[in-house]
Design a protein around this ligand. Structure first.
Ligand SMILES: [Zn+2]
Ligand SMILES: [Zn+2]
Length: 840
């Protein structure tokens, strides 16, 4: 028996696989393709256990699909722009480019040491000008189509990171990256018109049902936040600043059924009508002061449920178009300009915020929905009534159930020209400007005469200059570098200035998966034939934290590229698996908690195969995985047992027989029954492991099936060795064992496969085709009754004698309980069916 030295075995096969180019793939329309992809990492410098889990799952899927005959694309690359590089570079007095590239080099070595089956020829790093030149072209194409635009507005600003953030990047009021509170800052920024795609992004989620976790679909639906309601106008009661009297305030409401209960109007502090309503009135000073105060409040604070509702009367009135009554116009601190129209028809009896506001300022309440069998009293209400009911005090709609009244009132408004059905979305346009240095430059030039001028294609890429010294406070050096900013206008040749903001790094990750199809294509982002063959991604694997961010952006980006004629598919990821976290001592591994287990140390101690087996065996992929030292010891012992079995216990017996060989070729006919049982177990293992991996990605139960077969072989070594004619049957079973384990622990299986005498590589073997007839057992299940009542079930050999069946029945645990203390009068055996014990 030879000694198992994982490092020797693993580096040997990694070298052979790589030198042979075995994981290199080319598009081949004659073969079915399968594209499996793990979310690419940020090159922080070290891989962590979360990466190992993510990539090990992907690698099993890739290797398994390959064995099943698919042409498998399995690439890897680097999400290489971003702030951590910049901050680390400032700290260590290095350039972000140098820091990033050295991190990529060391992480690549770590991944290679784990034996992942990547086609490394397709590796990409998004900070390479050869990558971002294409997205600068996308940007200009979007600009040409009006899909990207510039807007001055209050933006989410993270002081710590020194940049703006998109709405999706603000989590509970804090920055997604550094977890510090986000404030509002007025800035002029570039936006992508993701809202143009809101309906399609929502509708196409239906095409992902079954392929994506329901939880992710729900999160995206909620984030897009479609609401159907009415847009209607409340005419002003009196003309203002000399304009004619036809002006009005437009509101969007999802509750048109409560229109008759609208008793006042609430405007956002920023509503453009406010200054005009108060100009020259006695309220002017008070309202202006309130507006100032509210505008300085953070938007997140203003939209919080627990905000103290405050407001001020403008002195002006408008008319409820349903009741014809004049209602007062207020400015309220909880109304935001960015959502809806910045004006809210207030229905205090049926909306809690309006209720609190009305109680505070003593405004009237009108109940317009009554719960069935109850009468609400407006003066006695302690909270808004928001449940269903029947309309009251609502003109011709009185008596209608409120849900039905919604569309009836919309139709009525529409017919009289006072309003119309309207659809609103919660989704906002995506702010893609960043005020940091380490990103792809936005390719436009500002000319005093010509305005915004796209950088001509011939001048692309606009390369990020790498010779600038970083500022110690993290501010971008770009605006202060005349060599970068000062350019001649491409149109008039006059003095002009280059844009110094860079693109949000989510811009890079929104299309990288498509780039892998033709990663070395120079003049265009994609080779159309490669793209058509490989995309969309068949199986995408990554963390749930990207449920909205990266996954929503990518879906939008692909649709936008499709509408630019650049890609021919609608959705980037047909199937999505969100793997759980790796936790230790109850919480996610993190430096600050001091519970990090370093993959390198584990690989050095146990080998890559053991780390892979542990991480795949400890939990199903979508569940959190608790790190366990005894667990990894167990995985290590299992592989050592496998090694000993093949090189020790069964040595000299095994020959290169094909896995799951046919019964005829093994001559099992006249062998002792243990060989039939071995064959049944061999085929059952192939069937179960195959189904577990193929249908459910349940690698843990697939490994358990292999472990059982190992145990069976150990338990019966002597019997199996005693019959030389059975050597082929044992060899077939061991071959099957190594083959089904090979996607999970590829190196040790390849080594043992060679040890047996196989000359072709195991990685190029097909998944063993089990023989369904081999699974049929020679046992039958028999029910056992005591005095006619079902008390248990036993398994017996099909040809067992009645005496054997009777003995087994009387030994069944539950049957024993029911005949205890009784005298057995008679035992009736119906062969192959049942046993009835008569006792009293
Ligand atoms: Zn931040
Ligand atoms: Zn110009």
């Amino acid at each position: 028996m030879s000694r198992y030295v994982p490092e020797d075995v693993e580096t040997k096969w990694q070298r052979i696989w790589e030198e042979g180019g075995h994981f290199h793939v080319e598009a081949d329309p004659s073969r079915p393709k399968y594209y499996v992809l793990e979310m690419f990492p940020y090159p922080s410098g070290r891989i962590h256990m979360g990466h190992v889990r993510n990539y090990s799952i992907g690698d099993v899927v890739a290797r398994f699909k390959r064995m099943e005959g698919h042409n498998v694309l399995h690439p890897m690359g680097w999400d290489a722009f971003g702030m951590p590089a910049e901050n680390a570079a400032i700290k260590h007095k290095l350039h972000p480019a140098a820091w990033t590239i050295s991190n990529i080099d060391s992480m690549r070595v770590q991944l290679q040491r784990l034996g992942y089956s990547y086609d490394w020829r397709r590796e990409i790093a998004t900070c390479h000008p050869g990558y971002y030149v294409h997205e600068q072209r996308f940007f200009l194409k979007f600009l040409e189509k009006g899909l990207v635009y510039r807007k001055h507005s209050p933006q989410n600003w993270c002081e710590t990171c020194g940049t703006v953030l998109a709405n999706e990047q603000v989590i509970d009021g804090c920055c997604w990256r550094c977890d510090q509170p986000v404030v509002q800052k007025d800035l002029e920024q570039w936006f992508l018109r993701i809202t143009d795609y809101a309906e399609e992004l929502l509708a196409d989620l239906e095409t992902l049902v079954g392929g994506w976790p329901e939880r992710v679909l729900t999160m995206q639906r909620n984030w897009i936040g479609k609401s159907v309601g009415a847009e209607l106008t409340f005419p002003l009661a009196a003309p203002i600043d000399g304009a004619d009297g036809a002006e009005g305030i437009t509101v969007f409401t999802t509750r048109p059924d409560t229109l008759f209960g609208a008793t006042f109007m609430s405007l956002a502090a920023e509503h453009p009508l406010v200054p005009r309503l108060i100009a020259g009135t006695p309220q002017e000073a008070a309202v202006a002061a309130f507006v100032d105060k509210v505008r300085n409040l953070d938007r997140i604070v203003r939209s919080a449920d627990d905000l103290e509702k405050e407001g001020v009367f403008t002195g002006a009135y408008c008319i409820n178009p349903a009741t014809g009554c004049e209602i007062p116009i207020y400015v309220a601190n909880f109304v935001l300009m960015g959502y809806g129209t910045g004006a809210v028809m207030a229905v205090p009896a049926h909306d809690q915020r309006d209720f609190e506001f009305a109680r505070k300022y003593d405004l009237p309440l009108t109940v317009v929905i009554q719960p069935e069998g109850e009468t609400l009293d407006a003066t006695a209400l302690e909270a808004a009534y928001t449940e269903p009911g029947l309309l009251v005090a609502s003109g011709e709609f009185t008596g209608l159930p409120n849900e039905a009244a919604k569309s009836a009132i919309i139709d009525w408004l529409d017919a009289s020209g006072r309003g119309k059905k309207s659809i609103n979305y919660r989704l906002r346009d995506w702010n893609i400007s960043r005020q940091r240095y380490w990103g792809a430059p936005i390719p436009v030039i500002y000319c005093e005469k010509c305005g915004i001028v796209p950088v001509p294609d011939i001048d692309l890429p606009v390369e990020l200059p790498r010779d600038l010294a970083l500022m110690p406070d993290g501010r971008s050096p770009l605006p202060h570098a005349p060599s970068f900013t000062d350019v001649a206008c491409p149109l008039c040749s006059g003095k002009a200035r280059r844009e110094t903001d860079t693109l949000d790094t989510f811009f890079e990750s929104s299309w990288y998966f498509a780039r892998y199809a033709s990663a070395r294509e120079q003049d265009r982002p994609f080779d159309p034939a490669e793209l058509a063959y490989w995309l969309p991604v068949d199986q995408y694997i990554g963390g749930i934290e990207h449920a909205i961010l990266h996954l929503l952006y990518s879906r939008f980006f692909i649709k936008a590229l499709r509408d630019c004629g650049l890609v021919g598919f609608n959705e980037p990821f047909a199937n999505l698996l969100t793997q759980g976290m790796v936790i230790k001592d109850g919480s996610k591994m993190s430096k600050s908690k001091g519970n990090v287990v370093d993959p390198d140390i584990m690989i050095a101690k146990y080998g890559a195969d053991t780390v892979r087996v542990f991480i795949l065996f400890a939990a199903p992929p979508e569940k959190d995985l608790e790190w366990s030292d005894t667990g990894i010891e167990g995985a290590s012992r299992f592989l050592s047992r496998l090694w000993r079995l093949v090189t020790g216990e069964l040595s000299g017996l095994l020959t290169p027989v094909a896995p799951c060989s046919s019964a005829e070729s093994l001559c099992t006919g006249d062998l002792p029954p243990i060989f039939a049982e071995l064959r049944r177990r061999e085929h059952a293992t192939a069937a179960k492991a195959g189904a577990d991996i193929r249908e459910r990605f349940q690698f843990n139960t697939a490994i358990a099936a292999a472990m059982e077969l190992v145990n069976f072989l150990y338990a019966n070594v002597d019997a199996l060795r005693a019959e030389p004619r059975g050597a082929k049957a044992v060899s077939s079973a061991v071959g099957t064992l190594l083959t089904v384990l090979s996607p999970i622990a590829p190196h040790i299986c390849e080594e043992l496969w060679q040890t047996i005498g196989h000359t072709a590589l195991l990685i190029n073997q097909p998944w063993p085709a089990h023989d369904p007839s081999a699974l049929v057992t020679d046992e039958v299940e028999i029910v056992v009754q005591v005095c006619g009542k079902l008390r248990g079930k036993i398994s017996v050999a099909r040809d067992a004698s009645n005496a054997d069946v009777e003995r087994a029945a009387l030994a069944e645990v539950n049957v024993v309980k029911h005949i205890e203390g009784k005298t057995i009068r008679k035992v009736i055996v119906v062969p192959g069916k049942l046993v009835n014990v008569v006792a009293n």
